[in-house]
Design a protein around this ligand. Sequence first.
Ligand code: ACO
Length: 449
Amino acid sequence: MARDRRTAAEAKPKGEEAAAPQNTLSITDNRTGRSYEIEVLEGDAIRAADLRKIRVMDDDFGLLSYDPAYVNTASCRSAITFIDGDRGILRYRGHPIEQLAEQGTFLEVAYLLLKGDLPTRDQIAAFTHEITYHTYVHENVLKLLDGFRYDAHAMGIMISVVAALSTFYPEAKDVRNDENRWRQMVRLIAKMPTLAAFAYRHHRGLPYVYPDNSLSYTANFLNMLFRIGDREHTPQPVLVRAIDVLFILHADHEQNCSTSVMRGVGSSLADPYSALAGAMAGLYGPLHGGANEAVLRMLTEIGHVSRVPEFIHGVKAGKGRLMGFGHRVYKSYDPRAKIIKQIADQVFEVTGRNPLLDIALELERIALEDDYFISRRLYPNVDFYSGIIYQAMGFPVELFPVLFAIPRTVGWLAQWQEMLEDSEQKIARPRQIYVGHGERPYVPLELRS
Ligand code: ACO
């Protein structure tokens, strides 16, 4: 979607400006009695830089906006993902997530996010071919993997290996070159499943299974993970489709923690492998993409439906959080969680029911009736049910955040590209409010008490 790129009106003290634009905000600074007109941009935003004109003395720095954790700050203009958190709406490039999950494939959605529109038949064929033929990794990557302990967490391995890929592709530094940039993006999307499968096989002490380019993106990933010996792994089509849909649901989610890291690191013009390793590190935390793993551990710890009320009581008393609940943006049911709940039924028909599902359903039932959760508008998020499905499919818990990182690679790259092409973006550099000591002299060690 093309967006209007208006430049900010200079915020000037009243009287110094001819006709004020219509969409303005009048601010009176009670410290000085001066009034200012500030332009209100599309999206009901003002430019924080406009506040700088508001000052007490001429040589003041000017007014700052203070926003820890960026709860009310737009850091960019983006045409990729739309979320209405109050109404539970999620769209990629305008397409409702429900339609994409029901009718699309992951690679189609990847193309949509990266290029802006759904691909034609020829375009998806060419894109699929490109991705399929970049799945191999340099053999030295295997030596790197061998250096990790057998019990190393898969996310730690992935973060390190993705960062290391930057040394295999030094040309990736040329981030302003469109063609070169595209090549690195294709490489990253293609190699993530290979790296994830290798990290898993290393953990299990199993020989690595090389990519099979005759298989689809998802089937190839499952084959690299689960193939034993010469017996080709032939996963149930229902499970392949379930993974594909889960990948679609996780592909992008606008300016969350990890995406902001991707944009932040990328804003210094670092290569995409280094930036993506940073984004993965952001995702790893239990408050973000590590939540699917944390949910599974929580459900296992609760152990039985009968212990759910006691657990909820503990959460309300401040003894930890109900993992997989709550979201910075969604203040109603996360639309992705709704779809995942439906997939769970289809998966369990094939794999058998995961006993943890009953605990999850009871947690949800009680929480949605409890004033603590209602008043804080806490609902299940994308991570609440995904882990139960992954476990039923045979994935180890440590791989859950990796299963999030593989599809989110597409979103990170789409956002990174958009940032690089945005003429308003520069190196990310927030301000601070200094609250430390004023100037004080150095005291020699022998004189310090
Ligand atoms: N369980 C219990 N209480 C919660 C939860 C929860 N899961 N989430 C928020 N709250 C409470 C907070 O204690 C706070 O209560 P208070 O007002 O009495 O202090 C209130 O709800 C608001 O919470 P904040 O932490 O201010 O909300 P914020 O927007 O900063 O956090 C977050 C969002 C991090 C997702 C939070 O809801 C959480 O920790 N959830 C559990 C972890 C999780 O599932 N993360 C995955 C998110 S989805 C994703 O990243 C892919």
